[in-house]
Write a new protein. Structure first.
Lengths: 63, 167
């Protein structure tokens, strides 16, 4: 599958390809701010998880 | 006595609601309407490379909401397996709506206002649409809460009603 993706002519723009475009995308993606971007995208997650766990751990008589 | 199982079902509804809210945002606003992308305020999506980088981060976002949705399904399954009765339609929809509203409020506050990752209509930057997104979330939270309360007020929520539901 990977070989197919990397060799197919129509897949020149895929993220894992070796085309110029793909290399530009990877370069922009893994720039210095990569970790900052990843953390920012994950920022709401703790709030979601906390709310779900808080409700899940309540006993049935608490409504 | 299945202490915790109704709470698990409540948490499952919230988790699935959060996940579905995330998918609506991602599928409708990011992909179909292309109003913004995950990092479109930081990485402009107006050229091919920028659009493709944003597409990768959109994928990360979708992966996260997929995990939350899957966790909700697991909570629901495990509660039923422990002997909990399935809630009424209204009761479960109330939790889904609350989850969706909670997603909009948290995501809107953090991503649109605090971190400035993107805005609802990116060409305008932070605009009235970002506040409308928050109001929409609060309205859904209130609607879900009211729906849930209505079930309680009628005395049909929880085990009293659920015990009459077919399994």
């Amino acid at each position: 599958m990977v070989a197919l993706l990397c060799s197919a002519g129509s897949a020149h723009a895929c993220t894992l390809c070796h085309s110029d475009l793909a290399e530009q995308v990877r370069e922009r993606l893994f720039e210095a701010a990569f970790v900052s971007h990843a953390l920012a995208i994950c920022a709401p997650l703790p709030f979601f998880v906390a709310a779900i766990l808080w409700i899940a751990r309540r006993t049935s008589d608490v409504r | 006595v299945n202490t915790g199982s109704p709470a698990r079902i409540e948490a499952a509804g919230l988790a699935i609601g959060i996940g579905m809210g995330g998918f609506v945002d991602g599928i409708l606003f990011h992909q179909i309407f292309q109003l913004h992308n995950m990092l479109s305020a930081r990485i402009p999506n107006t050229n091919l490379v920028g659009a493709k980088v944003n597409m990768v981060w959109d994928g990360v976002f979708h992966a996260l909401v997929w995990v939350i949705t899957a966790y909700g399904i697991w909570l629901l399954w495990s509660a039923v397996k422990r002997g909990a009765r399935l809630p009424s339609h209204r009761s479960f929809v109330a939790r889904l709506v609350m989850g969706w509203g909670f997603f909009n409020v948290v995501e809107g506050l953090i991503d649109h206002h605090l971190l400035d990752l993107h805005h609802v209509y990116e060409p305008l930057g932070r605009s009235v649409w970002d506040y409308a997104f928050l109001v929409w979330g609060v309205a859904m939270l209130a609607a879900g809460w009211a729906l849930r309360r209505r079930d309680t007020d009628l005395g049909v929520s929880g085990s009293a009603r659920d015990s009459s539901m077919p399994r």
